[in-house]
Design a protein around this ligand. Structure first.
Ligand code: HEM
Length: 445
């Protein structure tokens, strides 16, 4: 077999480097690697060898080659959180589940969700009317809203009262998982405090999902939604239904993958608009022109061009899924460089979408980058907030439509400014989050 070149990179283990706390700033560290080593670099991160790829062609190669570059197996962060659902499963099993779930999210079928998304947003805005002039943490508001939307649209269930429980459990698990990735990795069954915390909070999430499923068992036939479909579908060969555990993992996956990412993207978008009043004014002008005083509809959403550009530019600067990791299933060569079976291969929307090699003034918020004309020059896979290849986000069209509706409704009815002296800091957990939320002062228009 031909041998590839060895990959350049810093010496030693990055977690031992004394000057920086890399775990808390990994998203920035990746840009430094690209600056120093270019398209590809290798680091020792705790017990792992991580290959960081910063070239659109390499990223495309890895994302499109799903048999050779698989999801992280043992001990992967997402697997601990979500079990074996659509986001983490592999091979034939994944393909079967993907084929089952994907049709729910087809573009042509999204129209039926417009009304429910609008109603949930209206409910939130009517509470905001009572908060006039107050400073409100928009990050929290967005999480509450998007959880409500996923619950109502896909599972015909009201999870509003469960919000605090779900949100706290999720944050605790993500933080415990991140803090776990040091040198000595004990299996999860070893009763360390962090492991017990993960176990306890995972149990809370399972209980919430279990309650939703049990309630549906008493109401079967009443709803035509994703939950009914998952509960009733039979394997074409064995005629068996999903096991309780599988069902729970799939439902939890959609709940978690389907709300937190969208909430983060919305919070970052509102933050950017508050910092860029001209863009906000232009967006509001478009809303007046397209919506007038009338109700929002699926047809009108297609006309919200600038609003869509704002969302895309926001996800360029702050992609909620800031890193996309894979594991090499076999020895391979990328761009002439040697990859070994078991290596972790990492692509990062955050670092690539801010790379000065592919973007002019990368740190600036410029929605006009996303006009149809300008997008023609954009290299594929220098922008990939929803991933790519067969494992592309199954909810990407749903998310885009949801964000258009939420943003249009908020900006049509409210003006907002950032709390004085607020400087945003980022926390790169499994998703990219604003560390201290996003405090906005709300003013009714
Ligand atoms: C702004 C919002 C969102 C962002 C940025 C986002 C991002 C992503 C990314 C980058 C992936 C690929 C991960 C990888 O390749 O390892 C992914 C996968 C996935 N997303 Fe999303 N997502 C969003 C919204 C949603 C929504 C609304 C849902 C469902 C309601 C959803 C469900 C999923 C699922 C189930 C997968 C796994 C797909 C598979 O592997 O077959 N996401 N998402």
């Amino acid at each position: 077999m031909t041998q590839g070149a060895s990959i350049p990179g810093p010496r030693g283990n990055v977690l031992l480097m004394p000057t920086r706390n890399i775990r808390k700033k990994t998203h920035e560290y990746l840009s430094q690697l690209e600056k120093k080593y270019g398209d590809i670099s290798k680091i020792k991160f705790g017990p792992f060898t991580v290959i960081y790829i910063a070239n659109p062609d390499y990223i495309e190669y890895v994302l499109l080659n799903r048999d050779a570059y698989i999801k992280i197996q043992e001990g992967g962060m997402l697997r601990i959180l979500l079990g074996n659902g659509l986001l983490t499963s592999e091979g034939e099993f994944w393909l079967k589940q993907r084929r089952l779930i994907q049709p729910v999210f087809h573009k042509q079928r999204l129209e039926r969700f417009v009304q429910k998304i609008s109603e949930s947003t209206d409910d939130m805005l009517s509470v905001w009317e009572t908060k006039q002039g107050e400073t409100t943490d928009i990050y929290n508001e967005m999480n509450r809203l998007t959880l409500d939307i996923v619950g109502k649209t896909l599972f015909s269930t009201n999870v509003k009262s469960e919000f605090d429980k779900v949100n706290t459990a999720l944050t605790k698990i993500m933080t415990a998982i991140r803090n776990r990735s040091r040198f000595m990795r004990f299996p999860l069954w070893v009763p360390l405090p962090s492991h017990l915390r993960i176990e306890h909070n995972r149990k809370l999430l399972n209980e919430t999902i279990g309650d939703i499923i049990n309630q549906r068992r008493n109401e079967i036939g009443k709803f035509d939604d994703l939950l009914t479909m998952l509960m009733e579908v039979e394997d074409a060969d064995t005629r068996e239904r999903m096991t309780d555990k599988q069902l729970r993992d799939e439902v939890l996956t959609i709940f978690i993958a389907g709300h937190e990412t969208t909430a983060n993207a919305m919070a970052f978008t509102l933050y950017l608009l508050a910092k860029n009043p001209e863009a906000k004014a232009r967006l509001q002008k478009e809303l007046t022109e397209v919506l007038g005083n009338g109700e929002l509809s699926f047809e009108k959403l297609q006309k919200l061009e600038y609003t869509t550009m704002v969302i895309k530019e926001s996800m360029r600067l702050y992609p909620p899924a800031w890193m996309i990791p894979r594991e090499a299933a076999k020895d391979d060569i990328i761009g002439g460089y040697q990859i070994k079976k078991g290596d972790k291969v990492l692509a990062s929307p955050y670092a690539m979408q801010r790379s000065p090699r592919y973007w002019k003034n990368p740190e600036e918020f410029i929605p006009e980058r996303f006009t149809t004309e300008n997008m023609k020059d954009m290299p594929r896979y220098a922008y990939f907030p929803f991933g790519g290849g067969q494992r592309l986000c199954v909810g990407n069209n749903f998310a885009m439509m949801e964000m258009q509706i939420i943003l249009a409704k908020i900006c049509a009815q409210f003006d907002f400014t950032l709390a004085e002296n607020f400087e945003m800091e980022l926390t790169p957990l499994i998703t990219l989050r604003p560390k201290e939320g996003v405090p906005l002062r709300l003013i009714k228009r």
